[in-house]
Design a protein around this ligand. Structure first.
Ligand SMILES: Cc1cc2nc3c(=O)[nH]c(=O)nc-3n(C[C@H](O)[C@H](O)[C@H](O)COP(=O)(O)OP(=O)(O)OC[C@H]3O[C@@H](n4cnc5c(N)ncnc54)[C@H](O)[C@@H]3O)c2cc1C
Length: 116
């Protein structure tokens, strides 16, 4: 659960909070309606929201939210085909991991194509 004001991505009041459901729960309940999901989440959200009045709530379904498998190297470059693979499946499932993987890919391309 994240408070978007504390995270620094909004200054709006009333504040917006984001609840992420777990990988297992999301997979199991992907087909549930928005009403069903909010009803199921109400008890879990209550301790965090206290007596706050919910003025609006929105569900976002993220089918490809994180890599299912991770590779043991920062990127894959296939020089013969001039094709490369990078992203959070290589560097770790977060923005930093994706960025580090992208930089590793760029270095490999520069080295291999002697662009440096
Ligand atoms: C809800 C949520 C919250 C998150 N919060 C955080 C956070 O607070 N901090 C953090 O560090 N990380 C967070 N992450 C993880 C972070 O967003 C990812 O790790 C990161 O975006 C991965 O970057 P990427 O470039 O590897 O892949 P992506 O950002 O997934 O980019 C892949 C791109 O490829 C495109 N694409 C897919 N298939 C095709 C196709 N066939 N043809 C053309 N284009 C295609 C997609 O549209 C997308 O634009 C969060 C993820 C989710 C889902």
């Amino acid at each position: 659960m994240a408070d978007n004001v504390r995270k620094g991505i909004t200054q709006n009041v009333p504040a917006a909070v984001t609840f992420h459901l777990s990988r297992e729960y999301s997979a199991q309940h992907y087909g549930d309606s928005e009403e069903e999901l909010f009803a199921q989440m109400a008890a879990e959200m209550k301790p965090w929201l206290g007596d706050s009045k919910i003025v609006a709530q929105k569900l976002h379904r993220w089918r490809f939210s994180e890599p299912k498998a991770e590779f043991g190297q920062p990127c894959v470059w296939l020089p013969d085909m001039r094709v490369g693979f990078c992203g959070d499946a290589f560097g770790g499932p977060r923005v930093e991991g994706a960025a580090i993987s992208g930089l590793a890919m760029a270095r490999k391309v520069i080295e291999d194509l002697e662009l440096g």
